[in-house]
Write a protein that binds this ligand. Sequence first.
Ligand SMILES: Cc1ncc(COP(=O)(O)O)c(C=O)c1O
Length: 279
Amino acid sequence: VVVDVTPDGDSLDLDQVEAALRRGAAAVVPLAWRGEPSNTSALARLCDVAGATLVEDGAYALGSVRDDATTPGPRCPVVVSFHPTKIITGGLGGAVLGVSAVEAAQLRSFRNQGLTTPAWSRRDRTTTYAFQDVGFALEMSDVHAAIALSQLRRLDQIVLLRRAIFLSLTQHIGQGIAVCPSSGRTAHGWSNASMFAVRLQPECDRDTVSDRLLAVGIGSAVHYPFLADQPAVRPLVAGKQFPNAQALSAGTLTLPSHPSLTMIEIARIADALTQAVDG
Ligand SMILES: Cc1ncc(COP(=O)(O)O)c(C=O)c1O
């Protein structure tokens, strides 16, 4: 079941989520858009009542902090990604955060073909192992893990740097050109400043702006294309409307925001955006 978001995109539409749960939805998967925490507290309450599972797609959210992270109440595991487009990378792979010790053991077994012990513990030949369940071969290699770990130690530093870059970009982009993402406090927590996805004015054609930026050597991306238009999803949502998600997607453009950007490059990105919007 696909549901719409609120007009500003910081939450799934709670009425639509509730209706989907009433019709038997087994799980709710909100997205931490731009890495900003979603409204997991409200969703956890709805899921609790319905006996459904809540898991946040926090692919971009490593280093963000949810408001409900330290308060007692229903928990919400978060799945983060170490894909190269994310705030830190292991090449590929990811992690599930916020699960109990029992759930963590189940997940480890699931990613390790259903085995009870990891390969390292089988080196001494005295360890026996068993297939407890049917699993998958999804283990991250040690080399990939080592690459991710070396950056994980610097995560706080990386988030601070990214926040500074976000602040500079926001200061350079004139008000009225685009609505910039927050580098700190967001609707449901604290941002890790991972994705500088701006919202253009409704009268602005996003693809034209993107083409004009590319013409002066500045790449941009769309996070995300309208889900209901994706070939795999279209048949599942035939006849349904998602006006808020559609409008948000049409006006959203992600600009470069790597921590290594210089002040000159930041000014160049902001100037190019202004010119691209003004035509
Ligand atoms: C929102 C979101 N969820 C999930 C994924 C998939 O992450 P991975 O490539 O680590 O499987 C991505 C990848 O970019 C993403 O943007």
